[in-house]
Design a protein around this ligand. Structure first.
Ligand code: NDP
Length: 284
């Protein structure tokens, strides 16, 4: 289907575009459309679904649970734990809550949503216990900058981390300074959230930018598809756009087949240059 793939933990090969779910489960009137969009996405090959106990207070996980009916084995299911639940018995209880809402008995990947409450030692210990119990297959982190990744790497078992999920889009390129190269050197896949720039710094106008539009026209695709193609053009990076319509999901899946030329990439990056030095990690 596509030549753009990502490898998790050296063993799982997935298309470099998955599906986000933030804001799903908030409006009961949207539930049907959200379930249909997620199911259509899986059928189109967008088999990684990213959710979190935080989204709609568990409501997004319930939508995903419904969407997974008959599809569980096709899906690489990711959820996230609040920092204040990411240790000890709280982690076990939080994971069990997610599994119940998702109507499944295991997660393919469980992420620390952001750091802060428990030490990395405590979180790694809890994640490894969840693996031993068969509740999760692997674990990772989100919103950690390079200094925190280095600290995690010094913790016993820390190198088992399978990904870092961070904000990344054409108008927010701070990770290119040191975090992205660090992850690439350590063969750690990066999951780019908000790849369509609906959040984070400098988001305004990106989908309407003349350079983005011109390149979209040349490929006969939409500006959003160009943004996704740019994100996944980076080694070891996958994108997890959230789409609540079948039309958007189809477009996002088709973006796997777009290859930007060197000139097009240069034009996009000239319009939205990377910061010259270190900047604080952008996040929602
Ligand atoms: P995105 O950048 O994915 O943008 C989502 C918006 O883009 C929605 O309004 C959606 O509309 C629209 N959209 C989707 N596809 C298209 C398309 N082909 N053309 C035009 N518009 C489109 O933003 P998110 O912030 O949702 O990020 C994606 C995912 O990343 C989240 O859903 C979540 O899973 C994860 N995330 C993780 C965070 C973390 O801290 N770890 C923080 C934020 C997000 P519509 O829904 O109508 O289709």
């Amino acid at each position: 289907m596509t030549n753009k793939q990502i490898v998790f933990a050296g063993e799982i090969v997935l298309p470099a575009i998955g599906q986000g779910t933030w804001s799903m489960g908030e409006d009961p009137h949207q539930r049907c459309a959200e379930v249909s969009a997620l199911r259509a996405g899986v059928e189109q090959g967008l088999t990684l679904i990213d959710t979190a106990e935080m989204y709609a207070d568990g409501g997004a996980e319930e939508v995903v649970g419904e969407a997974l009916t008959g599809l569980r084995e096709k899906v690489f299911l990711v959820s996230k734990v609040y920092p204040w639940n990411a240790g000890g018995q709280k982690a076990i209880a939080a994971c069990e809550g997610s599994l119940q809402r998702l109507q499944t008995d295991y997660l393919d990947l469980y992420l620390l949503h952001w750091s802060g409450s428990f030490s990395f030692e405590e979180t790694v210990d809890a994640m490894e216990r969840l693996i031993a119990q068969g509740k999760i297959r692997r674990w990772g982190v989100s919103n950690l900058d390079v200094d925190q990744m280095q600290a995690l790497w010094r913790v016993v078992g820390g190198k088992q981390c399978a990904t870092n999920q961070v904000l990344y889009h054409l108008a927010s390129r701070g990770i290119e300074h040191d975090l992205l190269p660090w992850c690439q050197q350590h063969q750690l896949p990066v999951m780019a959230y908000s790849p369509l720039a609906q959040a984070g710094r400098l988001r305004s106008g990106l989908l309407n930018h003349p350079v983005v539009n011109e390149i979209a026209l040349a490929h006969n695709v939409t500006p959003a598809q160009i943004l996704l193609a740019w994100v996944i053009g980076h080694q070891g990076v996958m994108a997890i756009p959230k789409a609540a319509s079948v039309e958007h999901v189809q477009q996002n899946a088709a973006a796997l087949n777009i290859t930007l030329s060197a000139q097009e990439i240069a034009a996009l990056e000239k319009a939205y240059p990377a910061p010259r030095g270190k900047t604080a990690l952008d996040m929602v």
